[in-house]
Design a protein around this ligand. Structure first.
Ligand SMILES: Cc1cc2nc3c(=O)[nH]c(=O)nc-3n(C[C@H](O)[C@H](O)[C@H](O)COP(=O)(O)OP(=O)(O)OC[C@H]3O[C@@H](n4cnc5c(N)ncnc54)[C@H](O)[C@@H]3O)c2cc1C
Length: 286
């Protein structure tokens, strides 16, 4: 049994207090649900001079829907996404990704913000949020800024948050009526992280594709990535378009042999799941 080292721990009452603590310490470390953060402390992967627990901050809680846009507080638990009343195509995609996270214990403790910030290439929520074009609201002492999730990651486990910033909320517009969605997690054993995963959204008008978004996760050396599909707008999709999208996904694939499988196996699976996603959201017109 691993125990964490002795740590200095604070549970601030407000974001402003949390930001002051971040600024006052040289090696602060944030935890929300702590499902990965505490594990890393136990493994001695970190030696913070203060652990700041933001998991119960009211300002980081709640899921709101206003003007066709969702605002999800970063400390919202994964299970709250699954249990929420919202059922538009965009939110349903996120729900499916959320229900693919680990087991009930992890979903009860883990937060949306923690899932996004850790930057694990195999996590379930980032591909769905990427397909949804989510904006991240980031707060710091000087104010707040918005960043699209597509430019948030600079590599596996690395993002553009400064040391003294907190992810406040995750925001996205509901794509709405007429959109079809798909999420699939390919894994080896129950409760495992994804070998590869895919999130997709599409709108087909008549027989023509109006919008297609496909995001792929699980590549060992790349955080989730969007496939370039803007060229397909207005096209009646057939086998040729399907093969082109699969080829684009394969070309984006940057995998290494890792505990989830060999690079070759992963590349093969990326092609398969892209095909599944395309057929599922565009399918009827092929
Ligand atoms: C056995 C096991 C299985 C797992 N399986 C899955 C799985 O199948 N799918 C999946 O997606 N994930 C999985 N996870 C990963 C993890 O449980 C989830 O990603 C969870 O949502 C992380 O949230 P958390 O609140 O516990 O993060 P924490 O551990 O609290 O934090 C994670 C990281 O994010 C940072 N952070 C957290 N919140 C913020 C914020 N608001 N602002 C800035 N930084 C922040 C922390 O500093 C830390 O670096 C698994 C983990 C374990 C241990």
């Amino acid at each position: 049994m691993l125990y964490p080292p002795q740590i200095n721990y604070e549970r601030p009452e407000s974001i402003s207090e949390a930001l002051s603590l971040l600024n006052e310490h040289s090696r602060p470390f944030l935890i929300a649900g702590g499902t990965i953060g505490v594990l890393n402390l136990k493994r001695r992967a970190l030696s913070p001079d203060l652990v700041i627990d933001i998991g119960r901050l009211k300002e980081l809680k709640g899921i709101d829907f206003r003007d066709e846009k969702y605002r999800i507080g970063s400390a919202v638990k994964i299970y709250e996404i699954i249990d929420s009343e919202f059922n538009g195509p965009g939110f349903s995609l996120l729900k499916k990704a959320a229900s693919s996270v680990g087991d009930p214990l992890l979903r009860n403790m883990g937060t949306v913000g923690g899932n996004v910030c850790i930057g694990d290439p195999s996590n379930d929520l980032p591909p769905a949020l990427l397909a949804l074009g989510a904006e991240l609201n980031i707060v710091g002492k000087a104010g707040s800024r918005n960043l699209n999730i597509s430019s948030f990651y600079i590599g596996p486990y690395r993002n553009l948050l400064a040391k003294n910033e907190i992810l406040g909320s995750i925001n996205f517009a509901e794509p709405g009526k007429g959109y079809r969605w798909f999420y699939y997690k390919h894994y080896i054993r129950h409760l495992d992280h994804s070998v590869v995963n895919v999130a997709a959204l599409a709108k087909v008008e008549g027989k023509k594709i109006d919008d297609l978004r496909i995001a792929i996760g699980g590549m060992s050396v790349r955080v989730p990535t969007l496939i370039e599909t803007s060229w397909i707008k207005g096209i009646t999709a057939g086998q040729e378009e399907l093969q082109r999208v699969v080829k684009l996904a394969s070309e984006k694939c940057l995998c290494l042999d890792d505990r989830h499988g060999s690079a070759e196996y992963k590349k093969n699976m990326i092609e398969k799941v892209t095909q599944m996603a395309f057929l599922s959201v565009v399918g009827g017109v092929l």
